[in-house]
Design a protein around this ligand. Structure first.
Ligand SMILES: Cc1cc2nc3c(=O)[nH]c(=O)nc-3n(C[C@H](O)[C@H](O)[C@H](O)COP(=O)(O)O)c2cc1C
Length: 216
């Protein structure tokens, strides 16, 4: 094969790879989270509440607001040496957060502070029976990542540790969201089978809870 044919073949292969990579991985770096200002912690604690089911706000959540809420829930802090929530043995987060929005479902990558696309489909109608959740502009889904627990998964199969972490994560999300004028609601009711299949979860991972969000 002559050199120009080889060049054309290599360029063709690179083009196909770029095309595939572009469609398969619609990853997005999140804007920097808000790390100062906002409402004081004691005022936030004084008024913390779940958004009401019958009147749940439906206002859009901006990329900056989502970035801040996800960072509050399990982002890196202390110059990259810790996380915003306490984790058993100081292990990396063993609860994953997915952001489910009308434009698709995305896994939060706390290392890169980015979103990794899992599906470009709107799955909001599939994962819940609650109308107000279906209409929410963004629903966070908390899922165990038992593999990340390593040897610590022997403690109650890791699930007790994951539930504890999800409580701290969602409380941080409640408070950060409220400071941004966003309501959230911690919920265990969801269609777990649909969540598992639409988010392509592994056999070991269990959906724990969801948190619809809406700007007031
Ligand atoms: C473990 C747990 C599970 C919950 N599951 C649901 C749920 O499935 N559906 C729902 O609408 N609210 C759910 N909630 C929200 C509670 O109903 C809500 O926190 C409670 O009514 C108190 O309201 P507050 O958060 O405004 O104080 C849950 C809360 C907790 C702590």
């Amino acid at each position: 094969m002559n050199t120009s044919r080889k060049v054309i073949l290599v360029m063709g292969a690179l083009f196909c790879f770029a095309l595939f990579a572009g469609t398969a991985f619609a990853d997005a770096k999140l804007p920097a989270p808000q790390k100062n200002g906002g409402d004081g912690i004691f005022g936030l604690l004084e008024r913390r509440a779940s958004g009401t089911r019958s009147d749940f706000p439906k206002g859009e959540i901006s990329a900056e607001e989502l970035s801040t809420i996800l960072w509050a829930a399990s982002g890196l802090n202390r110059g990259g040496n810790g996380w915003t929530v306490p984790l058993a043995g100081g292990r990396p987060p063993y609860v994953k957060i997915y952001a489910v929005k009308p434009d698709g479902a995305f896994l939060y990558d706390w290392k890169e502070h980015s979103l990794v696309e899992v599906t470009g489909k709107n799955i909001l109608g599939d994962i819940t029976d609650d109308d107000f959740v279906k209409k929410s502009p963004c629903v966070l889904v908390f899922v165990t990542d038992i593999g990340s627990l390593g040897s610590m998964s022997r403690l109650n199969g890791g699930n007790a540790l994951a539930w504890t972490a999800s409580g701290a994560m969602t409380q941080n999300a409640y408070l950060a969201a409220d400071s941004l004028g966003i309501s959230g609601r911690y919920m265990v009711s969801m269609k777990t089978g649909a969540v598992a299949s639409e988010l392509k979860l592994g056999d070991a991972d269990t959906p724990l809870c969801i948190m619809p969000l809406g700007k007031r």
